[in-house]
Design a protein around this ligand. Structure first.
Ligand code: HEM
Length: 184
């Protein structure tokens, strides 16, 4: 594994611009986050359920949907608490979530629109509850960081699987991708 989750977290914080003010705003709205997590989970799984392909994944094993509802609530709440102030534990947790999705075969085309739904639904509820634009922006940024983890896991797992199977060097692999992309 070439990604060190905590280093990736810090890089994403810098690139996406999650500030200490954002973290304070999130923490001070932790109760709101927990209160609304279950409703957000309902919106999220209703959305996934309307897509034939994603619905099939959700219902593939017994009890999966029920388990997912619970893990979504934890995930949503953790965006507000930051677990260990958005440190190692937070980064490891987000990396693990990424790996779980890669194993099940959930691709960027599924994850990106799903995160857009979270942002859209949360935005509507924040407005309804008279919450600030600053909170909405902070939540948008932490959602983007979490999304980056899932997407990066997809790339890392796919490329390291190819490297392991073939014994190719990273440089050769990158060259092949560049050549392949220019012939598409
Ligand atoms: C915003 C994007 C998403 C977030 C934040 C999210 C969140 C999570 C979390 C927190 C877990 C639990 C991971 C663990 O076991 O530790 C999980 C697992 C899972 N997610 Fe997602 N998810 C997202 C997108 C999707 C999409 C698009 C699908 C498509 C159907 C999906 C299907 C699943 C499935 C099937 C599992 C494994 C459930 C099990 O059998 O335990 N997720 N997700």
């Amino acid at each position: 594994m070439t990604v060190e989750p905590n280093v990736f977290m810090k890089t994403m914080e810098r690139r996406i611009g999650l500030t200490s003010e954002d973290k304070s705003i999130l923490k001070s709205n932790e109760a709101w986050g927990l209160e609304n997590a279950s409703t957000m989970a309902d919106h999220f799984y209703a959305y996934l359920g309307r897509d034939e392909e994603m619905n099939a994944i959700l219902n593939k094993t017994e009890g999966r949907i029920h388990r997912l509802h619970e893990t979504f609530i934890q995930w949503f709440h953790q965006m507000f608490t930051g677990m260990d102030d958005w440190g190692q534990a937070y980064a490891d947790c987000r990396w693990h979530i990424g790996l779980v999705h890669v194993k099940i075969g959930i691709a960027p085309q599924h994850v990106v629109p799903a995160m857009a739904v979270v942002i859209h639904e949360v935005g509507k509820k924040l407005k309804l509850d008279g919450k600030s634009e600053e909170l909405k922006d902070a939540l948008g940024r932490i959602c983007m960081i979490d999304l980056a983890f899932i997407e990066q896991a997809y790339v890392e797992v796919s490329s390291s699987a190819v490297l392991r199977e073939t014994g190719w060097s990273e440089a050769l692999f990158k060259r092949l991708i560049a050549t392949g992309a220019s012939s598409m």
